[in-house]
Design a protein around this ligand. Structure first.
Ligand SMILES: *Cc1c(COP(=O)(O)O)cnc(C)c1O
Length: 359
């Protein structure tokens, strides 16, 4: 599909000095660039009205569908300043495909993949001065809402797709700090036939109570178990999980009810490239506990675009706590993290053609 983006640059962009100040320690998701990209959809016109404009509030009728029935999906990907002074995206085609899959599951209009990538690239071009150097990156947040004004329960006939961008610092200063996780025995995240494999805001809304319970127990993150037997490890609220064994092999829960992470997929590919055996198989919380005790389990880590890889140092539950690898980051997690980040920043060869040069 060819849609031309109309570019309307911000009349009052952030002055250079203010931008520089905001880029010093941006944290995550609090600082935003000057522009946003928008594409609209309705039944009569299909995808239309593609444009880039100053980032601004949306005006929504109180009866807008998304506000009532939560037809909303999103993506998350990063642009990196590469060694050669260019700007890289990492596997944006995979985000575009997943966004389509999410749209289909949520009965929303699927956005053509080329348009998704084009919208992301428009924002990177116009807001390139906002991409931090060093280990920082520009986090891009494409999302889509149902914006038909109607209180009936049915798929919306109108959608608004947008991309906003947020400069982010290195997630961990001085190397990734191991996280502690709380095993939720009260709440589940997803069941077969549900929306667990889809990146929709509703999944996050439903996970927040469990995450709050994790915080109440002094943990950083929650890990969910399967909804049927309540024993198979699924994933964290927003990250997939891997286990590393004493024979050097890796295990990660199979796809189905978990979110098919692009970081997860990349870790599987890089590990297999290096000759490492990777199984995508169910793993119970009891096995995790006993493998940690026997020493069969060497490491566990969580992964996702935002933090790349977070070692898991401690697992807590109502049945007691256990520590992994003495509570410190392990060598497999650290080396996989470096491999992945080096490809993203253009410092290492890219055998799978994952990097897309935007500038
Ligand atoms: C986005 C997300 C992930 C990680 O996916 P990546 O593509 O690696 O960023 C994992 N779990 C959930 C629930 C997510 O929403």
């Amino acid at each position: 599909m060819t849609l031309r983006f109309e570019i309307q640059p911000a009349a009052k962009p952030t002055p250079d000095q203010d931008r520089a100040a905001r880029l010093v320690d941006p944290g995550f998701g609090r600082v935003f660039t000057d522009h946003m990209a928008i594409i609209r959809y309705d039944k009569a016109n299909g995808w239309h009205g593609a444009h880039v404009e100053a980032r601004a509030n949306f005006s929504l009728d109180p009866a807008t569908a998304v506000l009532h029935y939560a037809q909303e999906i999103f993506e998350g990907l990063k642009a990196y300043r590469s060694e050669d002074g260019g700007v890289n995206l990492f596997r944006p085609d995979a985000n575009a495909r997943r966004f389509r899959d999410s749209a289909e599951r949520m009965a929303m209009a699927p956005l053509p993949e080329a348009l998704f990538i084009k919208a992301v690239e428009q924002i990177i071009r116009i807001d390139r001065a906002w991409i931090p150097g060093g280990e920082g990156s520009l986090y891009l947040r494409p999302f889509m809402i149902a914006n038909e004004v109607f209180l009936g329960v049915k798929p919306s006939a109108e959608y608004l797709f947008a991309v906003i961008a947020s400069p982010v610092g290195s997630y961990f200063k001085g190397g990734p700090a191991p996280v502690s996780i709380w095993v939720s025995q009260t709440y589940t995240r997803a069941a077969i036939g549900g929306t667990g494999a889809v990146k929709c805001g509703g999944n996050y809304a439903a996970s927040l109570r469990a995450q709050a319970e994790a915080i109440d127990h002094g943990c950083d993150q929650v890990v969910f178990l399967d909804a049927i037997e309540r024993r198979y490890v699924e994933e964290l609220g927003g990250m997939n999980v891997f286990f590393v064994f004493d024979d050097g092999s890796l295990l990660t829960p199979p796809l189905g009810t978990i979110l098919p992470g692009i970081t997860r997929d990349s870790i599987i590919a890089l590990s297999r490239d290096a000759g490492t055996r990777v199984r995508e198989e169910p793993y119970t919380i009891d096995q995790w506990r006993s493998d940690a005790a026997s020493g069969k389990l060497k490491e566990a880590f969580a992964c996702g675009t935002a933090a790349v890889i977070s070692p898991i140092g401690k697992v807590c539950s109502t049945n007691g706590d256990f520590v992994i690898n003495g509570g410190v980051a392990g060598p497999v997690a650290m080396s996989l993290r470096k491999k992945l980040v080096d490809i993203q920043y253009g410092r290492a060869p890219d055998p799978h053609n994952w990097v897309r040069k935007v500038l």
